[in-house]
Each structure stands twice: as C-alpha cells, then as structure tokens.
Design a protein around this ligand. Structure first.
Ligand code: FES
Length: 122
C-alpha cells in the first residue's frame, strides 16, 4: 500500500554560482571613498579598510551613505553632522550621539558585517 503523503522537493543548491548569500557582499562593490547599504548597515571603504556603522544619522535619521565622504569622515546630507565612520565618534554636531559601529569580517574578495541587527524598528 502506498502512502499518499506528498513528496516535498527542495530546490537546488543553497547558493547560486553568481550570487552571494544575503549577508555577504563583494568588497569590489564598495570602491575606496564610497559607501553602500548592506542590510540596515552602512559600509564605508576608507582607503581599502571597511568600516560599518548604523545607516541612519542619530540626529534625525539622515541617510549617511548619501553623505560626503572624506577619508574616514562622513557628513550627514541633512544637517551636516560629521562622524568618524571607523570609530563612530561625532566630529561635528548637531548630532551628539555617536554612531553604532560593527565589525566587518573579510574573507577573500567578500565580506560581511557581524552582529548586524535584522531590523531597527522601534
Ligand atoms: S539628520 Fe544628520 S545631522 Fe540631522
């Protein structure tokens, strides 16, 4: 007697050849002096060193990856607060709260952000 339990098939390999797991990104996607959003974290390439911070300015939530980047300093595009993206320190207000920073793990030509929050909904 046959069981009428349906057969469940899982599709293909976990990763596709030309794609990365969502938490990994290609280092080459973030050229020196630029920034990119990875999940809800901003990743900055400071002279070949990757620094990750919260994506939104702690003042009024301006999008930091759209700010001017000079060395390790990003200027918030909304009201001009400046932060060191590698330490999170406030260099110039009106923001007073430092940026949350995250460790970036590099593996070959790819990297991921450690302890990245899944959501920042509050
Ligand atoms: S939102 Fe960034 S300085 Fe105001």
């Amino acid at each position: 007697m046959q069981s009428d339990t349906p057969t469940v098939q899982t599709s293909g390999p976990a990763t596709q050849p030309n794609s990365l797991d969502s938490e990994w990104f290609r280092i080459s996607d973030i050229p020196e002096g630029s920034a990119r959003l990875v999940g809800n974290v901003a990743v900055f390439n400071v002279a070949g060193h990757l620094c990750a911070t919260q994506a939104k300015c702690p003042h009024k939530y301006g999008p930091l990856i759209e700010g001017h980047i000079a060395g390790s300093t990003v200027t918030c595009p909304w009201h001009g607060s400046e932060f060191d993206v590698c330490t999170g320190a406030v260099l110039r207000g009106p923001a007073v709260k430092p940026l949350q920073t995250y460790r970036v793990v590099v593996e070959g030509e790819r990297a991921r952000v450690e302890n990245m929050q899944q959501t920042d909904a509050k």
